[in-house]
Design a protein around this ligand. Structure first.
Ligand SMILES: CC(C)(COP(=O)(O)OP(=O)(O)OC[C@H]1O[C@@H](n2cnc3c(N)ncnc32)[C@H](O)[C@@H]1OP(=O)(O)O)[C@@H](O)C(=O)NCCC(=O)NCCS
Length: 224
């Protein structure tokens, strides 16, 4: 934990701080409304994390999650669909996947490990609830500069190998997420990412997949 900060659950006095960070880090997006932040807390309070300054309580970062049964969705679904328009009202209390809908850190507090500790707190929740995995989609804010010369798969491969560094995907890979595949139109206004994002996941090593997805031995046996 970076000194001078602590992680706790989102509360109404944090809303203005969260909305202020949204405006700074997502200038092209509409920030959350207080009604949406209320909805997050109503459906899944234990999945809404904020990093706050230990002395003033000012919000320095946030990580918002919900539980989903991803079989109900398609891997190409945009953020708006996966989060019910940012309300999280599609939260499924029995969903085996913790969906990382958002992680953001105030520009004045970036590069101090706050994203790392916010991610670790969500990982603790996955372990405590014995969930199967965490899934998210990483923005690719470094990609637009390379898009004229490079396909998105090539860009992600370069970031994975460390040849290129991306301001979001590199952080997520260092925080233990695995890259799955690129998707287009996840955040349609994300010009920095040229409209692309990379689906990422972290599988809980202590918890088996849901029974319907577990590999079963073929009853007919080998060659059957
Ligand atoms: C992506 C984002 C959440 C990362 O937040 P962050 O708190 O800066 O992330 P961390 O500090 O955990 O890690 C970032 C970097 O700081 C480094 N770092 C971590 N702790 C450090 C420390 N104590 N001292 C110096 N550097 C440190 C990390 O190694 C990492 O290095 P890199 O920039 O070379 O990759 C932040 O940049 C952000 O809010 N971006 C805008 C919103 C966004 O795009 N969110 C992601 C949506 S998918």
């Amino acid at each position: 934990m970076p000194p001078d900060f602590r992680i706790r659950l989102l509360a109404p006095p944090d809303y203005d701080g969260v909305i202020g960070i949204c405006r700074l880090v997502y200038p092209a997006e509409e920030p959350y409304t207080p009604a949406e932040l209320d909805a997050h807390r109503r459906v899944f309070p234990e999945g809404q994390f904020v990093a706050v300054a230990a002395d003033t309580g000012a919000v320095a970062g946030a990580h918002f999650t919900l539980r989903l049964r991803l079989a109900d969705y398609h891997v190409d679904d945009p953020w708006d669909v996966l989060t019910a328009g940012g309300s999280f009202l599609d939260h499924d209390p029995a969903g085996p996947t913790l969906y990382g809908a958002d992680i953001m850190v105030h520009p004045a507090h970036q590069h101090h490990g706050l994203a790392r500790v916010l991610t670790d707190r969500a990982r603790d929740l996955v372990r405590a609830e014995r969930l199967w995995r965490m899934v998210g989609a990483s923005r690719l804010p470094g990609y637009a500069a390379y898009a004229p010369a490079m396909g998105v798969e090539e860009y992600v491969a370069a970031v994975r190998s460390g040849r290129l560094s991306d301001p979001a995907l590199t952080v997520h890979l260092r925080d233990g997420w695995a890259a799955v595949r690129p998707v287009r139109g996840y955040l349609p206004h994300d010009a920095e990412s040229a409209g692309w994002a990379e689906v990422i996941q972290w599988v809980n090593p202590d918890c088996p997949p849901p029974p319907e997805l577990a590999l079963r031995a073929d009853p007919a046996g080998p060659g059957g």
